[in-house]
Design a binder for this molecule. Structure first.
Ligand code: NAP
Length: 244
């Protein structure tokens, strides 16, 4: 990836961590964003120990000010972002009928508004450079729906719509915008599932296993690469066949 500068949100754990390692291994210099600096510093050390370049930065996607100051630190101290991976996301599950307003707004603020705000911070630089890659990590449920996750599903469906609109706005600037839609992946987010929930989910996955973060990261790395230059507005499903 020719020393390109990538910014990955939620890079401290799970899929974001795997994306950071994959992009760094492919030659990108990676800025790592999340709320907890201790974990980000550990990931940065892991990348630097294998010969890569990493820049950990504290960012809370629920706060516009935090996003703006983190992005300006990245731009000043690390360089202009050429690849953005909007990966960070949260869940606050519950049936819609009893969903607390805070659970609705926190998920929408973090997953959708947060991703939009980070994107806005880096778009001008990509437009000026005439090259850019944005990859939004969405979810199988953003296309299929899921009972008990109205807030999360709305945020991911919104992110898919944002992906397609931005892809059309940015195409003439040679900035591609795509989404990767994971199914069930082995991370902290899915560690909370009960054995019964896991069994039910496995029953719905033709490949009969839960996915690995590295398998999602491989799709992100491809869409961020030069090889994916003619792909934009696409939703790439990495879900073991559970939704086709
Ligand atoms: P995870 O293990 O829970 O990690 C979430 C990451 O996001 C962490 O690095 C966390 O770091 C960061 N984060 C959370 N809230 C944040 C905030 N307010 N500001 C900045 N960073 C924040 O999640 P994951 O399973 O890897 O999921 C990554 C993405 O894939 C999410 O968008 C998720 O919706 C999507 N996805 C996951 C699955 C799955 O099965 N795991 C399936 C479909 C889609 P801090 O806590 O330090 O902030």
């Amino acid at each position: 990836m020719n020393n390109r500068i990538a910014l990955i949100t939620g890079a401290s754990r799970g899929i974001g961590h795997a994306c950071a390692l994959a992009l760094a291994a492919a030659g990108a210099r990676v800025a790592l964003a999340a709320r907890h600096m201790d974990r980000l510093e550990a990931v940065a050390t892991e990348i630097c120990d294998s010969g890569g370049t990493a820049f950990p930065v504290e960012m809370d996607l629920a706060s516009r000010d935090s996003i703006k100051s983190a992005c300006s630190r990245v731009a000043k101290e690390f360089g202009a972002v050429e690849i953005l991976v909007n990966n960070a996301g949260i869940t606050r599950d519950g049936l819609a009928v009893r969903m607390k307003p805070d659970d609705w707004s926190q998920v929408l603020e973090t997953n959708l508004t947060g991703a939009f705000t980070v994107t806005q911070q880096v778009l001008l630089g990509m437009m000026r450079a005439g090259w850019g890659r944005i990859v939004n990590v969405v979810s199988v449920v953003g296309e299929a729906g899921n009972p008990g996750q109205a807030n999360y599903v709305a945020s991911k469906a919104g992110l898919i719509g944002l992906t397609k609109s931005l892809a059309q706005e940015m195409a003439s600037r040679n900035v591609t915008v795509n989404a990767v839609a994971p199914g069930f992946i082995e991370t902290d987010m899915t560690a909370v599932l009960t054995p019964e929930q896991r069994e039910r989910i496995l029953g719905a996955i033709p490949l009969k296993r839960i996915g690995r973060p590295e398998e999602v990261a491989a799709a992100v790395r491809f869409l961020a690469s030069d090889e994916a230059a003619y792909i934009t507005g696409h939703v790439l499903r990495v879900n073991g066949g559970m939704y086709m």
